[in-house]
Design a protein. Structure first.
Length: 304
């Protein structure tokens, strides 16, 4: 009897094909790695695509300086385990140099500042294709993305300038200075990611699983108490309390919220995820709440 591929096998095969296409067609690819679940799955697929060799391209992390310590620890563990080259772009260094200016207001996030640092790192290293872990189900602007997303010489995205993608045929031609953002997980969902994590027994940062943490509530979101996130004095609604939470997504501590949950294993998270009707970014990322077009505006500027 012929073996029938599961839907995860099909998604993984598509992603591996895309990764191999980039390795074959581009001179200087790189993989953007946040330490989150999507980039962890993407890196795992890259190791499969390149096996038995090691991953031949570097992983790039844009460090805001306000990352969760658990995520930085996980990043370094994966770099050591897989023997890949790590390139770090530091937002703090760009602030210190005066290249970007941090907003001098309480609760300001560095998330938008990442764009400058990302574009600087891409230009300095002359990367012509950069893998990202974006998925179309995350947010409506990302739903517009092609798998091979062309960026102009300024690193900016124009949705009207994207190429048709028929079946698995991709147009990788670009002029000097242009580059591609490549999204092998475009057709995956959050549920697919967790099912793959469970099936492959992937390691993830501990904050993805239920744990006790001191938090406070702001605009309906649970933010962790930390060096850069503190309740405002005199605001009764921001009184800190301890509860059991987990994180659905990983980002800058100042804009990434937790959700109350007792799910402590991938299998338990799969059950939770199957029942939810709000995307992880919509539920837990404050930077996506500035406006209906917040993500699209950042993508036009050069963000992923």
């Amino acid at each position: 009897m012929a073996h029938r591929l599961s839907h995860l096998d099909t998604l993984a095969s598509e992603a591996i094909h895309i990764i191999r296409e980039v390795v074959a067609e581009f001179e200087r690819p790189a993989l953007l790695f946040s330490g989150g679940k999507d980039s962890a799955v993407l890196l795992h697929l890259a190791t499969k695509a390149c096996w038995p060799q090691r991953v031949p391209f570097p992983i790039v992390h844009v460090d805001t300086g306000h990352n969760f310590p658990e995520v930085i620890e996980y990043r370094d563990q994966q770099v050591s385990k897989l023997e890949v080259r790590l390139v770090v772009g530091s937002v703090q260094e760009d602030i210190d140099r005066g290249s970007i200016v941090e907003q001098p207001v309480p609760g300001a996030t560095r998330n938008r500042l990442q764009t400058f640092t990302l574009l600087r790192v891409l230009e300095e290293n002359r990367y012509d294709a950069v893998f990202g872990g974006g998925r179309r189900d995350e947010e409506k602007a990302r739903a517009k993305e092609r798998v091979f997303s062309l960026r102009d010489e300024f690193g900016q995205w124009d949705p009207r300038a994207q190429r048709p993608e028929l079946w698995d045929l991709y147009n990788t031609r670009h002029r000097p200075g242009e580059h591609f953002r490549v999204f092998p997980l475009s057709n995956w969902t959050e549920l697919d990611i967790w099912q793959y994590v469970d099936e492959q027994k992937l390691e993830l940062p501990h904050i993805y699983f239920a744990h006790r943490r001191t938090v406070f509530r702001r605009t309906g979101m649970l933010l962790a108490i930390g060096p850069w996130t503190q309740p405002r004095d005199g605001v009764a609604s921001e009184q800190p309390f301890e509860t059991t939470v987990r994180y659905r997504t990983v980002g800058d501590m100042t804009c990434t919220a937790a959700v109350e949950s007792t799910a402590s294993t991938p299998a338990e998270i799969i059950v939770e995820t199957a029942a939810t009707r709000v995307s992880e970014r919509g539920a837990t990322r404050a930077d996506d709440r500035f406006s209906d077009a917040a993500m699209e505006d950042r993508k036009r500027e050069g963000y992923f």
